[in-house]
Design a protein around this ligand. Structure first.
Ligand SMILES: C[S@@+](CC[C@H](N)C(=O)[O-])C[C@H]1O[C@@H](n2cnc3c(N)ncnc32)[C@H](O)[C@@H]1O
Length: 279
């Protein structure tokens, strides 16, 4: 396990993933019943953008760095507003230093009766995550294989909530594992919202992945795919999210955000494709 998210936190892929995650959490909070957020590949929870790792790559500069501290066009508000509110809560003095990973977005948005289950297998990152949340009894940190989550933890007793599956893609087999995990998770918890993150690099692998997802035959399955440079099979060209049981407002929020998002991120010819069905 070589992947460490500290090198990548806050990059353009994180911005889109975390904006969609915060949008979905906000939707879940519209009802009073408690929710559970299950994060199968959680990372360390919160990132310091002044750390050696973040400074070494500087990836965040072209992601959250481009959105921070600027007035938002109204068309971007619905998609990125909840996410930027969370980032602002971590940086109350207005200087961008701390970046929330998915467990911290979940922690900051949820209520006292809600619960979070966060799996992280990397020994050091798992220990950092456990230390960060040691005093928050709503958060269960688990140092187990996140791919076992569907069998071990679904459905949650709350019966409302979401599962984020965000593996590192160190191995190509992660596309297959994502599909298997979604199939197994959905069989156990058909009303849960599932968010699966995937990279766009090799167009053949991505096409095959979409075909396998379609093969599951799930009724309410939306794909949001961001492409920020030509797909050449070499470099990361984009990233997508498959969202099962997505809020029906998500597709419209993504479509409205497409142009202003790329303008804000300084990407010429970016695309934010939305396909499939929402709940
Ligand atoms: C892309 S990062 C997660 C980022 C995080 N979800 C976020 O959005 O802030 C993937 C994480 O999965 C962890 N990981 C890798 N294999 C795992 C496994 N089998 N089970 C749980 N975690 C794993 C890695 O150590 C890494 O921290």
């Amino acid at each position: 396990m070589n992947y460490r998210h500290a090198y990548h936190a806050g990059n353009p892929a994180d911005v889109i993933k975390h904006a969609v995650l915060a949008f979905v959490i906000e939707h879940l909070l519209k009802k009073e019943a408690p929710i559970r957020i299950v994060d199968t590949h959680a990372g360390i929870g919160r990132y310091d953008l002044t750390s050696d790792a973040a400074e070494r790559t500087g990836e965040w500069v072209e992601g959250i760095g481009r959105l921070w501290g600027k007035p938002l066009p109204a068309a971007l508000e619905a998609l990125v507003g909840p996410y930027l509110d969370v980032v602002a809560r971590l940086n109350p003095d207005g200087r961008l230093r701390f970046y929330p990973g998915s467990p911290d977005i979940a922690r900051l948005m949820t209520r006292p009766g809600d619960g979070i289950t966060a799996c992280e297998l990397h020994p050091e990152d798992g220990a950092s995550l456990a230390a960060l949340y040691a005093r928050d009894r709503r958060i269960k940190v688990i140092d187990r294989d996140g791919w076992l989550v569907p069998k071990a933890f679904l459905p949650p007793k709350e019966r409302r909530g979401l599962v984020l599956i965000d593996p590192p893609f160190e191995e190509r087999g992660d596309y297959d594992r994502l599909v298997e995990a979604l199939g197994a998770g959905h069989r156990r918890w058909a009303t849960g919202i599932f968010l699966l993150w995937y990279p766009v690099k090799d167009p053949v692998a991505v096409k095959r992945f979409h075909a396998m997802i379609a093969g599951l035959g799930l009724a309410k399955c939306l794909t949001v795919e961001a492409i920020w440079r030509p797909v050449d099979g070499e470099r990361l060209a984009g990233a997508g999210l498959v969202i099962v049981n997505a809020p029906f407002t998500l597709a419209a929020a993504c479509r409205a955000a497409e142009r202003p998002l790329w303008e804000a991120l300084g990407v010429a010819n970016g695309r934010l494709g939305v396909t499939g069905d929402a709940a």
